[in-house]
Design a protein around this ligand. Structure first.
Ligand code: ZN
Length: 146
């Protein structure tokens, strides 16, 4: 596993629309591993492809404890409730923004083994997943500033 370089705003990757993957290749699966490694190394709890200059719909997330999620083509298919919390981002190291998000979500995607994966999450993990999914269409926490 290797540590990837995290790009910071205003790198154009961060404002790009990412492509879906038809299938997860061995290289993509390795990239997901590297993303997890990089996320942990940077003290983060989530990381999206564009943050490491990869314009593919790939995210990794942690619940801040032991659960690690690697997901390709993630999509929110159900949501419930709202919650507001201050968020940071590894690509915007000096920003903290209060962001309203769904409290609970179900996110569908495929995992590193090309298997359909449905993640039920609430609270912090739900927030991280929504934050990372935003990255895949170039949306950043500063866009939530009121
Ligand atoms: Zn971020």
């Amino acid at each position: 596993m290797k540590n990837l370089k995290i790009v910071t705003f205003p790198d154009p990757s961060l404002r790009s629309n990412c492509s879906s993957l038809e299938r997860v290749s061995k290289e993509d699966a390795e990239l997901l591993e590297d993303m997890v490694y990089t996320m942990k190394n940077s003290g983060g709890i989530g990381l999206a492809g564009p943050q490491v200059g990869i314009l593919k719909k790939m995210i990794v997330a942690s619940d801040g404890k032991n659960r690690i999620i690697k997901l390709v083509n993630p999509q929110i298919i159900a949501q419930k409730g709202f919650t507001v919390m201050a968020e940071g981002c590894l690509s915007l190291p000096n920003e903290v923004v209060e962001v309203e998000r769904f409290y609970k979500v179900i996110v569908k995607g495929i995992n590193e083994n090309n298997k359909l994966s449905k993640i039920k999450a609430k609270g912090l993990l739900a927030r991280v997943l929504q934050h990372e999914i935003d990255h895949l269409s170039g949306k950043l926490i500063i866009d939530y500033r009121r």
